[in-house]
Design a protein around this ligand. Structure first.
Ligand SMILES: [Zn+2]
Length: 307
């Protein structure tokens, strides 16, 4: 069966860049992959700017990303969602989780957690549950955390197949609102995806270990679960994940735009017709929408010749 028939209908996909710099080849690969899979299923493709982590946001970067997407023909549906304007939605979700008795205040500093963590988790020290039963006398609340059960979360990734993680062992009770008052990425993503009706989450494999936390939050909030596909990352020659540090994609000329899209689809393992390399961007995207096959996408992250 063609892969897209396995997705719930109608498909709603999305691209959700952080405006910490211009569009680079790694984020372009994710944009192209999510765009082609959503459109292939006849679905919508939304754009969300993840500008919640205000200390990291670079002024003008969101607008520059949007301009690059537009000139590449990666046209999104509907209004752009800005996370910085959705604080009340995150507060409402937090209140619902509190009502369920799942949220607690944590007074631990990063140093204390590091010192008391039973073992390193998949993303730093595992929270040891110090404040779960209430703050010790004299402790000031810092972050808000959610209790996680000692159960394994399983999901079927569209590319990686079955994935499982025990939240208690891998991350522990995790942060919903940070000590600096900002809502955590995990909560914001879940609230936004659910409210936008996103049911096909296609993104970089660096988020594979975040997905069980997001699935748990969706379940706690009573949301339907999206389908997940985690695409390979583009890494720099030194093995580091490609980031803004490695430079923006060049979208100045039509030739550059077409070649970029061609390279992005080739990075995703697709058998690109050589004659298409100098075609207009629209033609290459249309080829991707028609021909992208998930089975050809490699699991492993890799460097790219076009970086
Ligand atoms: Zn604590």
């Amino acid at each position: 069966m063609p892969e897209h028939l396995l997705f719930p209908q109608p498909v709603v996909g999305r691209f959700a860049p952080s405006p910490t710099g211009p569009l680079h080849f790694g984020s372009l690969v994710t944009a192209v992959g999510s765009y082609c899979l959503a459109r292939q299923a006849g679905g919508r493709w939304l754009l969300r700017i993840e500008d919640l982590d205000t200390p990291r946001v670079v002024a003008g970067a969101a607008e520059e990303i949007m301009r690059s997407l537009a000139v590449l023909g990666l046209e999104w549906d509907g209004e752009v969602v800005w996370q910085s304007q959705r604080i009340s939605a995150y507060e409402a979700a937090l209140a619902r989780l509190r009502e369920r008795g799942l949220v607690f205040a944590c007074g631990c500093s990063r140093q204390e957690i590091l010192a008391s963590a039973p073992h390193p988790g998949e993303e730093g020290p595992v929270y040891p549950g110090t404040c779960r039963a209430g703050l010790a006398a004299g402790r000031r609340p810092r972050a808000l955390r959610i209790q996680v059960p000692d159960e394994v979360v399983c999901f079927a990734d569209g590319l990686h197949g079955p994935v499982e993680q025990c939240l208690a062992n891998a991350v522990g009770d995790f942060v919903l609102r940070r000590a600096d008052g900002l809502f955590a990425y995990q909560l914001a993503v879940v609230v936004d995806d659910a409210e936008s009706g996103v049911n096909q989450v296609v993104r970089g494999a660096d988020l594979l270990t975040s997905t069980p936390r997001q699935i748990y939050l969706h379940a706690c909030l009573g949301n339907p679960l999206p389908h997940y596909v985690h695409l390979p990352l583009v890494v720099a020659p030194d093995g580091e994940k490609l980031s803004k540090r490695h430079g923006a994609v060049a979208v100045g000329s039509a030739r550059e735009r077409g070649e970029l899209l061609w390279q992005a689809l080739r990075f995703l393992g697709q058998e690109m017709p050589a004659g298409l390399k100098n075609a207009p961007p629209r033609e290459i995207l249309d080829w991707g929408v028609t021909h992208l096959v998930l089975d050809r996408v490699p699991l492993q992250s890799a460097t790219s010749t076009s970086t």
